[in-house]
Design a protein around this ligand. Structure first.
Ligand code: PEP
Ligand code: MG
Length: 589
């Protein structure tokens, strides 16, 4: 059977991290990892059919043996599980699909088997019936066995492809993304996810082009297909023609030229045309991002997300004080004389440790996360505070508390911080006794009582990613409600305004470290509302600097007053976007 000539196909998703990747596709499945995939000449396909039959036969023999052994050792009941496994391997429809896939794809038998099973499993995982969904674990088990039964020089590899590729997955968690080998994964596309998920935030931070919301991608897309991933517009282009490839190579060149022009301004101040200085800092989650921070010219780190240090996959326990001290000191020294704001652990929500700190929660975003965990678990909180304090002797360090909902949390956190200071004093360990502490404003209740909180902290940092989700009751990672996730919703704008005003009244500064800070359509609005600091992904720093330098604070303030009187998100967005496009149209090209 010969393959038909592939036709260029465009699949539209949601862009979450800009950039272009041109490479073959690799698809990862849930439950079991992919075997090696390679093309097979038509003349050798018969051999692949035989290899598949042999693997099935070997797997069946193994399963019968296990079944017999179990029947002797324990109950009939348990051995029946394996009878069911054997039945899967005798399913004629399934076997036929694999044979068909070998011919159709002209790829090795184990990969054809993997692809068919992966699609089958993915379909099963989406069945509403719980009993059927739970059976996927059995089928995954059978798949593993068959894949391990292939007898060939091309033995199964539990590794990622060695070639550079675009990764397609149902979903990726933030730690998958944080540990991605950048030299191999040129970009990724997932079915699930959203712009404000931590996966997307990390992708932007590491400069990995990414697209989410590609429906049925895992089921429909074949590995090795040559593709272009366009992280600017959210397109995945399969089998691109030479003309499309040339267009994209030109776009890439143009973007690179624009980027280096922006980067050449890195030493210029982030100050508006009428002289209002805005502190422009960077958000990081990994030490690997420090060179990018330096390169960006950011004035320090406005948000260091410590989750990736504390909840790394490969460790059994949280890193001890000494290990944290080393990381914090490295960062403090790297950004000195500028500050690093260390955010205390914000586990929970979509940032889950490999070894969970708690039982699964029915509603993790409303559950045990942020400062709640730290206050309940001093054995986690205190080493982190002590390490941050100790690092403050080596550079400018500030601390901030995530997910504050009320005053008592701030007071408790500060009391524990004082305890740590007393301990360090007793131990004669140096630290900055005037270390600044801030509250993240990311729950509406905190914004509403910002006047109260402002008396107890040195600064506010508005976490708009969560503030939007909690104000509008829209899950920030759920693509089904992404349309309702509106940063310019009047309620959000009023809460931001209220927070800034309350802070100013007490003489403390307010910054924004959520993703809104890096959205250049919104820079005029945020400056107009009176924000004093913007903390954005390192790659976004040069872009936001240019935006700030193009604007007039006075003009932004007038526009923000109008925005505060507007009743629709779309109207507010239009006001700020019009001003942005007027003053820096080039940044939108
Ligand atoms: C936020 O919520 O805006 C924020 C910066 O914190 P995170 O995205 O880590 O929850
Ligand atoms: Mg948050």
């Amino acid at each position: 059977m010969s393959q038909s000539v592939p036709v260029e196909t465009i699949i539209q998703g949601i862009p979450v991290s800009p950039g272009i990747a041109i490479a073959p596709i690799h698809v990862t499945a849930r439950g079991f990892s992919a075997p090696e995939v390679y093309e097979v000449a038509e003349a050798n396909l018969a051999n692949e059919h035989q290899r598949f039959e042999d693997a099935i036969q070997r797997a069946k023999e193994e399963l019968s043996e296990i079944q017999q052994r179990l029947a002797e050792l324990s109950s009939e009941e348990e051995s029946r599980i394996f009878e069911a496994h054997i039945m899967v391997l005798e399913d004629q429809a399934l076997l036929k699909r694999v044979h068909h896939a070998i011919d159709e794809r002209q790829q090795n038998a184990e990969y054809a088997f993997y692809a068919v099973m992966q699609n089958f499993l993915e379909a099963m995982r989406r069945i509403p019936d719980l009993y059927l969904r739970e059976r996927t674990a059995d089928i995954e088990d059978v798949c593993e066995r068959v894949l391990n039964s292939f007898d060939s020089v091309h033995a199964r590899k539990n590794i990622r492809p060695e070639d550079r590729h675009i990764l397609i997955a149902y979903d990726l968690n933030p730690s998958d993304t944080a540990t991605m080998d950048r030299s191999l994964v040129l970009g990724f596309a997932t079915e699930m996810g959203s712009v404000n998920s931590h996966t997307a935030i990390i992708a932007r931070s590491l400069g990995i082009p990414a697209v989410v919301g590609l429906e049925e991608a895992v089921i429909d897309i074949t590995a090795l297909t040559h593709a272009i991933l366009d992280g600017y517009t959210g397109k995945l282009i399969l089998h691109p023609t030479e003309a499309t490839l040339n267009t994209y190579r030109m776009i890439e060149q143009k973007k690179l030229r624009a980027r280096s022009a922006l980067e050449s301004l890195r030493d210029e101040e982030s100050i508006t045309r009428d002289g209002r200085g805005i502190t422009l800092s960077a958000n990081i989650g990994l030490l690997e991002e420090l060179p990018a921070v330096k390169h960006s010219g950011a004035t320090g780190i406005g948000l260091y997300r410590t989750e990736f240090l504390l909840l790394k996959e490969e460790q059994d326990a949280l890193p001890a004080e000494a290990e944290q001290l080393e990381a914090y000191t490295t960062i403090a020294k790297a950004v000195s004389p500028h500050p690093v704001i260390i955010r205390t652990l914000d586990s929970g929500g979509d940032k889950l440790p490999a070894e969970p700190l708690s039982d699964p929660e029915p509603n993790p975003f409303l559950g045990w996360r942020g400062i709640r965990v730290s206050l309940d678990r001093p054995e986690i909180f205190k080493p982190q505070l002590r390490a941050a304090l100790r690092a403050s002797a080596h550079g400018k360090v500030a601390l901030m508390f995530p997910l504050v909902s009320g005053l008592s949390e701030v007071m408790q956190a500060k009391a524990i911080l004082r305890e740590c200071m007393d301990e360090l004093d007793h131990e004669n360990i140096p630290f900055d006794a005037n270390i600044q502490t801030g509250a993240m404003i990311e729950i509406p209740s905190a914004a509403i009582i910002a006047d109260v909180l402002a008396k107890e902290v040195d600064f506010f940092s508005i976490g708009t990613n969560d503030l939007i989700q909690y104000t509008l009751a829209v899950d920030r990672v759920n693509p089904y409600v992404a349309e309702l996730y509106r940063p310019t919703h009047p309620a959000v704008i009023r809460l931001i305004h209220r927070t800034i005003q309350a802070g100013a009244k007490e003489g403390i500064w307010t910054g924004i470290c959520g993703e809104m800070a890096g959205d250049i359509r919104l820079t005029p609005l945020l400056i107009g509302l009176g924000v004093e600091e913007l903390s954005v992904g390192p790659h976004q720093v040069p872009v936001v600097r240019k935006a700030i330098r193009s604007l007039s604070h006075a003009e932004c303030s007038v526009m923000a007053d109008d925005a505060m009187k507007s009743t629709y998100s779309a109207d507010i967005l239009r006001l700020t976007k019009d001003m942005a496009q007027k003053y820096y149209p080039d940044l939108f090209e």
